[in-house]
Write a protein that binds this ligand. Structure first.
Ligand code: DX5
Ligand code: ZN
Length: 229
């Protein structure tokens, strides 16, 4: 299994976004996680397509755009045009989930579907063959710096076992409260795309932190034999 570290720019210094993007890439970021919030689906407002386009100009790594917005079908074309490589929509935010993930793929982008902590895995059961990634939120979305919800681990394990049983090669991304000290157990449970905001941008040496995260993943996954099936 390939593991990816995706620093969440939500915890970066927005006044120096170019520098922060370059610093994260130099530090070993595999993807750049971009959080889009509408003040409706989640109680916070962040950025829109024009800022994503600006990040695209500064970045070389793929942009992993997490849409925390109602009716994402109204905006996926705009974010694709702005330069997103992966577009993730919330199952709770649209009545036509299959249609929107199909549209994302039609736009030539990777499609992800996200679930809030209280949403059951059954919400994505019938779109698993239509997506490249499932994002399991390990905090209630809206803000960086919240504590990891331990119930997420069982959910990750269950989804990985369902995917393995179905023979599906789908990435499991986990987002919220992940730091160098708990990244190992998240990976051992079966996640392979790790988002971390304050866990990286809140430290003084991003490179050292990402290296430590990768080391902790290797250590734990090595011991447990990797994602459980
Ligand atoms: C939360 C966002 C996350 C956030 C994670 O709603 O989706 O991507 O930036 O931040 P940390 O890693 O600080 O919990
Ligand atoms: Zn996110």
């Amino acid at each position: 299994m390939e593991y990816y570290i995706a620093p969440s720019l939500l915890s970066a210094d927005f006044g120096r976004l170019d520098d922060e993007v370059r610093a994260a890439e130099k530090a070993g970021a595999d993807l750049l996680h971009v959080d889009v919030m509408d003040g409706r689906f989640v109680p916070n407002i962040t950025i829109g397509p024009s800022v994503v386009a600006a990040i695209r100009k500064a970045a070389t790594a793929p942009l992993d755009v997490h849409l925390m917005i109602l009716e994402p079908e109204r905006y996926v074309d705009d974010f694709a045009k702005a330069g997103a490589d992966i577009l993730t929509v919330h199952a709770e935010a649209t009545p036509h989930l299959q249609r929107v993930v199909a549209r994302i793929r039609e736009l030539g982008k990777k499609a992800g579907v996200a679930l809030n902590p209280s949403t059951s895995l059954s919400a994505v059961e019938w779109v698993l063959t239509d997506v490249d990634m499932v994002l399991l939120m390990s905090v209630n979305p809206g803000f960086g710096g919240q504590a990891f919800l331990p119930s997420s681990l069982g959910k990750i394990e269950l989804l990985r076992s369902q995917l393995t049983r179905a023979g599906l090669d789908v990435d499991i991304q986990v987002d919220g409260g992940i730091k160098a000290d708990n990244v190992g157990e998240v990976a051992a449970a079966g996640a392979n795309v790790i988002v971390s905001g304050s866990g990286i941008f809140g430290t003084s040496d991003y490179g050292k932190t990402i290296a430590l995260m990768k080391q902790n993943i290797r250590k734990t996954v090595g011991k447990t034999g990797g994602a459980k099936a």
